[in-house]
Design a protein around this ligand. Structure first.
Ligand SMILES: [Zn+2]
Length: 303
C-alpha cells in the first residue's frame, strides 16, 4: 500500500538562527531541548531513511514562516528539486506581511509548491479575520489547499490559544466552501471541536500527527465512520518528539494499522484522502433545494 506522510518539517536551523537572532523563549519551556534532540533528524537523507523503513513513498514538507519550526519556501523548493520523487512542498507566508499574497503566488507558480501551511498562534493572527481573506482567495485561485495548525502548542507565552481555536476555521470553511482545508494533529487536545468542524464541512480534513496514545484512544473506528473515512490524512509531524521520544515514522504507520480498519479506509488515510485534499474531489455531492426535497416528500406520500 502506497503511503504519503502529509505532515513533515525539515527545519532550516541555521537560517532560523540568522533570521530570529533576538528571539528567546520564556523560561521553563522544554521545546528548545526537544529541538536539540531532533537535530540529527533534520537532514533529508535521514528523513528518507526513515521513510524507507516505514514504507513511505512521499513526504509533504512544510515551509513555516515563523520561529521554532522555521523553513523557507526557497529551502523547501530546493529539497523538492533534489528529491522530486520523494518530496512534495507546501509554502508558507506570514499573513501579517503586506506581501503575503504575492509571496504565495510566487511560491506556487515560481517554485512549484502545492499548498499553503499557516500557523495562526505562532504567526500571531486570528485566521477568521476578514483582513486575511485575500490570502484565502488567492489559494482558491491557485487551486491549492491550506493547512491550519489548530489546538495547543508547546510555546508558552509566545502563542495565544485563542488564535488556535478550530472553530475559527469553521468560519473560513463556510465562507470558502470550495477551499480545501487540512486541520492538524487530531486537533492537538482540541479534539472534539476539530472533529465537529471536519464532520460539518465537506471541504475540511484532519491529519493524524498526534501522540500514539491519542491515535489509539481517540481515532476509533466509530469516530472515523462518523466524521468520514475520506476526511482523515496520515501525517506524523516528523521530526517532532512526542513525550521525549525520538521520532520514528514507522511507529505511526504501525499504530494506524492496528486500529482495525478496512483496506479501503486505510488506503484513504494513507494516500487517497491526501490526494483529494491536493486535487479536489472527482465528484461533488449534488446540492438539493428545499423545494426539491418537498417534491420528493410529496411524491413519496402519493405512492
Ligand atoms: Zn507540524
Amino acid at each position: 500500500m502506497e503511503i504519503i506522510n502529509a505532515h513533515v518539517h525539515l527545519i532550516e536551523i541555521e537560517a532560523m538562527a540568522q533570521k530570529y537572532q533576538d528571539f528567546s523563549l520564556s523560561g521553563g519551556i522544554s521545546v528548545l531541548q526537544d529541538i536539540v534532540a531532533t537535530l540529527p533528524l533534520l537532514s533529508p537523507e535521514m528523513l528518507i531513511q526513515q521513510m524507507d523503513e516505514a514504507g513511505i513513498a512521499k513526504s509533504v514538507l512544510y515551509a513555516v514562516d515563523a520561529p521554532i519550526v522555521y523553513s523557507s519556501n526557497e529551502y523547501v523548493k530546493s529539497l523538492c528539486d533534489r528529491f522530486p520523487d520523494r518530496f512534495i512542498g507546501f509554502a508558507s507566508v506570514n499573513p501579517n506581511d503586506p506581501t503575503a499574497v504575492d509571496t504565495l503566488e510566487k511560491a506556487v507558480k515560481g517554485f512549484g509548491l502545492k499548498g499553503l501551511k499557516l500557523h495562526p498562534p505562532l504567526q500571531n493572527f486570528f485566521p477568521n479575520d476578514k483582513a486575511f481573506y485575500p490570502l484565502y482567495e488567492k489559494a482558491l485561485e491557485l487551486n491549492i489547499p491550506i493547512v491550519f495548525h489548530v489546538g495547543t502548542t508547546p510555546f508558552g507565552s509566545l502563542c495565544r490559544l485563542s488564535q488556535a481555536n478550530p472553530l475559527l476555521i469553521d468560519d473560513i470553511a463556510v465562507d470558502f466552501p470550495d477551499l480545501r482545508i487540512q486541520l492538524t494533529h487530531l486537533g492537538t487536545l482540541w479534539h472534539n471541536e476539530s472533529f465537529m468542524v471536519v464532520e460539518k464541512n465537506p471541504n475540511v480534513f484532519i491529519d493524524t500527527a498526534a501522540y500514539l496514545y491519542e491515535i489509539k484512544e481517540i481515532l476509533t473506528p466509530n469516530l472515523i465512520d462518523r466524521i468520514g473515512p475520506d476526511k482523515i490524512i496520515f501525517g506524523t509531524d516528523y521530526p517532532m518528539p512526542y513525550a521525549g521520544t525520538i521520532h520514528n515514522i514507522k511507529d505511526f504507520v504501525d499504530c494506524i494499522g492496528e486500529i482495525g480498519l478496512s483496506q479501503t479506509t486505510l488506503r484513504g488515510i494513507f494516500k487517497d484522502n491526501f490526494e483529494t485534499l491536493l486535487n479536489g474531489r472527482q465528484t461533488k455531492g449534488k446540492d438539493i433545494s428545499l423545494a426539491e426535497l418537498m417534491a420528493e416528500v410529496a411524491n413519496h406520500s402519493n405512492q
